[in-house]
Design a protein around this ligand. Structure first.
Ligand code: CO8
Length: 258
């Protein structure tokens, strides 16, 4: 399928989805969000795809929601359209892992989009920020909630209230990103991580994603109980038998996603 605002390629069971509005630093407009939601839904259904990498350009992952598109809207427009809500929430329903590979600006909705992915790998040029305060508004697709959970209240308040940007070193220090790599290596590093995930049992991969995400939705006690029951349940899978037999036989496991 051809997209106007995305470039999608599939290689070695990994989909690389590139946001592609270079004229606007990949600002997220309704068309891009709708195409992204549809593309991710298709990739989630595609048996050839086992992991997804979401990236932008060297200059910008995404510089936020499209300010020019939003600027003339009123409350009733935003409320009636439920601006961005359905499309952004589609991303959260994808069951395959999504890695955000961030270079340059990840601001406002761009930072929020990266945080909706399962983890973030960034390059040394990355700049994260929630500068909506400078526009007289606030984050709208989860920034106040997710950034606070990921980096803590003090840093999150600082970012949202001052609108300052966080560089790659600070993002790694504060746990927002899992690793920082040189700009030129970003996509390769994210694709290598995605290929590694693609080689695992997809039953276990989906379970890991579901269980880690559960930690944001529930108490520690309930989360640990959920993990334990899911751990028990995996002993009904063929891949558990294969993974443990392969270890004992000192060979690589041949997972069948069963
Ligand atoms: N929206 C629209 N156009 C943009 C955006 C944006 N967010 N960001 C950049 N652009 C455009 C610029 O207007 C410019 O276009 P043109 O050449 O036609 O003037 C082009 O991209 C290049 O940008 P700059 O010339 O500004 O490039 P610089 O390198 O000088 O500056 C910056 C880069 C610092 C990133 C600067 O562009 C900037 O500050 N951008 C805006 C950042 C921002 O405020 N983001 C938050 C937006 S609000 C938001 O994301 C809310 C999310 C919640 C929505 C959900 C609703 C429910």
């Amino acid at each position: 399928m051809a997209w106007d605002t995305l470039i999608v390629e599939v290689e070695d069971n990994v989909a690389l989805v590139r946001l592609n509005r270079p004229e606007a630093l990949n600002a997220l407009n309704s068309q891009l969000m709708s195409e992204l939601a549809r593309a991710l839904t298709e990739l989630d259904r595609d048996d050839q795809v086992r992991c997804i990498v979401l990236t932008g350009s060297d200059k910008a992952f995404a510089a936020g929601a499209d300010i020019k598109e939003m600027s003339t809207k009123g409350f009733v427009d935003m409320f009636t359209e439920d601006f961005f809500t359905a499309d952004s929430e589609t991303l959260l329903r994808v069951r395959k892992p999504i890695i955000a590979a961030v270079s340059g600006y990840a601001l406002g909705g761009g930072c929020e989009l990266a945080m909706m992915c399962d983890f973030i790998i960034c390059s040394e040029s990355a700049k994260f920020g929630q500068p909506e305060i400078n526009l007289g508004v606030v984050a709208g697709i989860g920034g106040t909630q997710r950034l606070t959970r990921f980096v803590g209240k003090s840093k999150s308040m600082d970012m949202h209230l001052t609108g300052r940007f966080m560089d790659a070193a600070e993002a790694e220090r504060s746990g927002l990103v899992s690793r920082v790599v040189p700009v030129a290596d970003l996509v390769k590093e994210a694709m290598d991580a995605a290929r590694k995930i693609a080689s695992k049992s997809q039953v276990a991969v989906k379970v890991v994603k579901e269980t880690v995400n559960r930690s944001y939705e529930t108490t520690l006690r309930e989360g640990v109980l959920y993990e334990r029951r899911i751990f028990h349940a995996l002993f009904a899978s063929e891949d558990q038998k294969e993974g443990m037999a392969a270890f004992s036989e000192k060979r690589q496991p041949q997972f069948r996603d069963r």
